[in-house]
Design a protein around this ligand. Sequence first.
Ligand code: ARG
Ligand code: ZN
Length: 877
Amino acid sequence: MRSEVGTTINLSDYAPPSYLVPSVALTFRLHPNRTIVKAVLDVRRHPDTAPGDELVFDGDGIELVSLRLNGAPVDDVEITPDQLRIAGVPHEPFTLEIETAIDPEANLALSGLYRSNGVYCTQCEAEGFRRITYFPDRPDVLSVYTVRIEAPKADAPVLLSNGNPGAAGDLPDGWHFAEWHDPWPKPSYLFALVGGDIVGAFDRFTTMGGRDVKLGVYVERGKESRTGWAIDSLKRSMKWDEDVFGREYDLDVFNIVAVSDFNMGAMENKGLNVFNDKYVLADPTTATDTDYANIETIIAHEYFHNWTGNRITCRDWFQLCLKEGLTVYRDHEFSADMRSRPVRRIAEVRLLKSAQFPEDGGPLAHPVRPTAYREINNFYTATVYEKGSEVVRMLRIVVGDDAFRAGMDLYFDRHDGDAATIEDFLACFEEASNRPLTQFALWYHQAGTPQVTVETDYDTAKGRLTLTMHQSVPATPDQTDKEPMHIPIAFALFRPDGSHFPIADQSDLVKNGVIHLTKRRDTIIFDGIEEQPVVSLLRGFSAPVTLDIDQPETDRIFLARHEDDLYTRWQALDRLATDTILASYRQSNGETLPASATSLIGLYGEIAGDETLDAAWRALALTLPGETTLGREAGLNVDPDAIHVARETFLAAIAERHATAFADLYDSLLSDESYRPDAPSAGRRALELVLLDYLTVSEADGGRARALFDRADNMTEEAGALEVLMLRQPESGETATARAAFENRHGDNPLVMDKLLGMIARIPGPDAPGRVLQAMTHPNYIETNPNRVRALVASFAGANPSGFHRPDGSGYRLLADVIGRVASQNPQLGARLATHFRSWKGLDAARRDAAHKTLSDLRNMRDLPLDVRDIIDRTLS
Ligand code: ARG
Ligand code: ZN
């Protein structure tokens, strides 16, 4: 085990590895409790370093069985809890044979080689390979892997690893073997092995260069009927990466394996992606539209890593955003092309604001490219992923579409086979665009969400609009003084009739409809604006900033009605809704609405009934801002109960005003067509379910939701109707009956039961902690399985502010107890849960004190793993 205190790793200390391992041959003899791993490594000194004679490899919780160097036993070897040290190794290349023993069954951390429902599988990113064998387990050591797996045929008829399949056959005593060879050098974190009684569904894809690739999606026996959507998504991803980025697949097979115990979403191991089964399995009666969309985007994400991550990997873990931010950007673009671009953009921004902004504004804030860590697993964050993607998106705005594509091509060409850095990446775009990106690079280095304030002044006589812009970046841990950033602000100036004023470029300041704010303060003048314009800023959410503009209510309403970019129209509406709810929260603890709410409430009716608008967009427009985002925007001393009341008051007012129109519209949306997962049908269902929620607010018995639940032939409507019942009328008889029917129907499907756990966890109000404790006694809740814990506990702590933030601290104690239990088995899961304390400093005094007490108690817990300790220490600091 690694030390619980841990040392800080600093980017500035980076040094190349002293030893390289150009090739590796691994032999696994799979056994539930004692798997034997034989590693034969071809080792040589790094040409550029002058190391001492000592060789130091990483290891974590493994037993060394034997060790030979050039065929001879090694005497001078030291084994520490996390290292293997051999003194006096030769200067010339040599062969190291390492035999280790590991216990997959006991591995509940789900890192290294473990068993999930009896299936052997691996997760090596970031530092799991060292739990399999001793190795320089760092991403800048690239090796060609040859793997042989041996196992009893009955236990593990399917044996998979990276690369292309080689020999396979039977062995004595009912055993068999399979060999795999991956010609592409890769770091150890991309190694993977799977063995088990799993079943494959197969297809083929012919690449643009004519390579015939065999595609396989493997699942646990009995689940093979739910693989179709994953394969379909994979084929579309492969085609899209060829069409849009010119990237072709490079092996004869591409395999995906779905396992039921997995710490994250999925993993891009070369040629053998391993997935959380939640992001593979789908059919109409068990998966919702959201599940279909998530599967599509995550399959794409992992596939796209083949170029952005695998062919070009990271030099060190500080560069994580080099592969993750870029790959998220690529999967966003893919989903935008597959579905509606504005609708996808709204979903992206909602996620950014609910997950990344609070991270960036709290004690866990860190740059997109951090410079120090104690535990790298704690940096697989919304900042590295989501903000990392936003930075790539801005880069494209800054250099322009053509230079962006040229820069990507240059990056693929120049760095293929490399372990690269953010500097390498940016240099390609500097070259392609012929402009320096020094200031732009601050997006990678400075943490915190920049704040932009804008003052507008219109001079009728001169026909001149003046925008005075000011930017500031808040202080974040370890970063107090910030430099001004390069903030691209896409904009438009509207005439009262909804047309645009034409805008001329102004050298570097205004180009192609984008204001490039690079100074702390800048003034932008537009002449020839013959009447007072309505200013629309940050169109398409062109930069991840908060924007404060002195704009009259009428202009905001104008944009919510007439902005012709649909993402931005939603943004205007969302801003209005947020301001209205927060005004109510401030003025009356949410009990009454400000007078200004009236016209906005009217607008919701217009939008709902506007058939020219995409139903999916209307559904999002009618979805009020979430309580987490509202709480963050409310500032300090926040009372989540009052936020909840304020949002409900507004929602009820909209429901009441439009009761008849919403009911008619709802009825017209009900459809007898059989389920299809495509975007238009999903949009119709989304609108239907949002309306159902409004309509149920004022209903005594939940009859409408109950009727939908009963007639539903697909999980989207079935779970959607049940959720409305559970959240609106948790104690009603209709709800109890529907819930029992749901459990009865789906009790044997853990992924579907997770949906129910999530609903229980999200029921707002004071009874939430008690309900969650009760649900933990449910036989489906298994605390070693991350999906179950996330469905219940992370939903409670992350998606139910009024339930989690109880002033008496009961929600906090519940979370701390789970963390205490989970952390010793699965440190990564424990640490993830602990991040839900991150916004405690913004709460009112009673809650703050309660959170502080719970956090301090947690910190004092003995044997707290480093992963959790790191989060708690930073959260408290
Ligand atoms: N590279 C994976 C992905 O984004 C995530 C794996 C993270 N694993 C971890 N233990 N932190 O697709
Ligand atoms: Zn990724």
